[in-house]
Design a protein around this ligand. Structure first.
Ligand code: SF4
Length: 289
């Protein structure tokens, strides 16, 4: 089976930077915790666990020592709490996430009701909301969002008639565009100002356009990455939307030879948190079919 890899795939520079820091710490990183999962990839998480790195879901559950803010960032409240508790803080927030936090904070300070397009459970999104004094609304569906905006406006607590929308950095570009179009079509006329900031990061956009291009050249697509990695799932969805038979695998062992029967060329892409050696092992096995 011939294999073609996407021109952009695997670790983005933000994840590489965070992982380099752990490599620099050496084999023993006991006493170090990350705030939330470092990356949504089981291979990476396992290798960090082996070095003694713990995962804390919140600052309160860190027993002491060093707390690492991951590439996804954190809220100012979490950072202040870590400082107050005397934890040694290592901040590896990706600069592109910091940029979104800053935009959201500035817009909130200017009186805009900030809306974050994304997944409300994701660490990055929770962090961004924190930079707006926890006032930002999170949504991935404009139809669901608009009634909340209207209710908020009528409650008199705030008058969110000036909206500013930012995106989680790893969302699919097409879905963000649709969200904005739906928002405009459902908003009442008295919402007079809407600012839109497309804050999807360049590495995400590059990986998304690369998988769409690759889908034109292959007849089956394998997407490699953690099953709970949103950016990996989005790559698989984009490939499916191109009408391609697509499989999302976390481990090389998940590959099934029968998937490749009747196919000539397999495409391989991978999410921003997938290690190179996992991608290469997937490619090697497909080439053997
Ligand atoms: S996906 Fe984008 S924002 Fe997130 S860590 Fe990578 S480069 Fe930074």
């Amino acid at each position: 089976m011939q294999v073609k890899k996407a021109r952009e795939l695997g670790f983005c520079f933000g994840v590489k930077k965070t992982l380099k820091l752990f490599d620099d710490m050496g084999a023993d990183s006991s006493g170090v915790h990350t705030l939330g999962t470092l990356v949504h990839n089981p291979q990476v998480v396992k290798s960090l666990q082996a070095r003694g790195v713990g995962v804390a879901q919140d600052v309160a559950s860190v027993p002491g020592g060093t707390l690492t803010i991951t590439a996804h960032g954190a809220s100012p409240t979490s950072i202040a709490e870590a400082q107050r508790r005397g934890l040694r803080l290592v901040d590896t927030t990706c600069p592109l996430v910091t940029k979104v936090q800053k935009i959201a904070q500035d817009l909130h300070n200017q009186g805009y009701q900030v809306v974050v397009f994304g997944d409300h459970k994701h660490q990055e999104v929770r962090g961004i909301v924190g930079w707006t004094d926890d006032t930002a609304l999170v949504s991935a569906d404009a139809e669901e969002l608009v009634p909340r905006l209207i209710a908020l406006s009528r409650s008199g607590k705030r008058v969110p008639k000036r909206l500013a929308v930012v995106s989680q950095t790893t969302q699919p570009a097409e879905r963000f565009k649709k969200f904005i179009a739906d928002l405009f079509s459902h908003l009442p006329d008295d919402f007079r100002e809407v600012q839109v900031h497309n804050t999807i990061c360049d590495p995400t956009l590059d990986r998304q356009s690369a998988v769409i291009d690759l889908a034109q050249e292959v007849d089956i697509m394998i997407v490699v990455g953690g099953h709970d990695s949103a950016n990996t799932r989005h790559l698989a969805e984009l490939s499916e939307e191109e009408g391609l038979e697509t499989y999302h695998v976390e481990w090389p062992d998940e590959l099934r030879p029968e998937w490749f029967e009747g196919h000539m060329v397999a495409g391989v892409t991978a999410g921003a948190s997938t290690p190179d050696d996992v991608i290469e092992e997937v490619v090697r096995r497909i080439e053997m079919y």
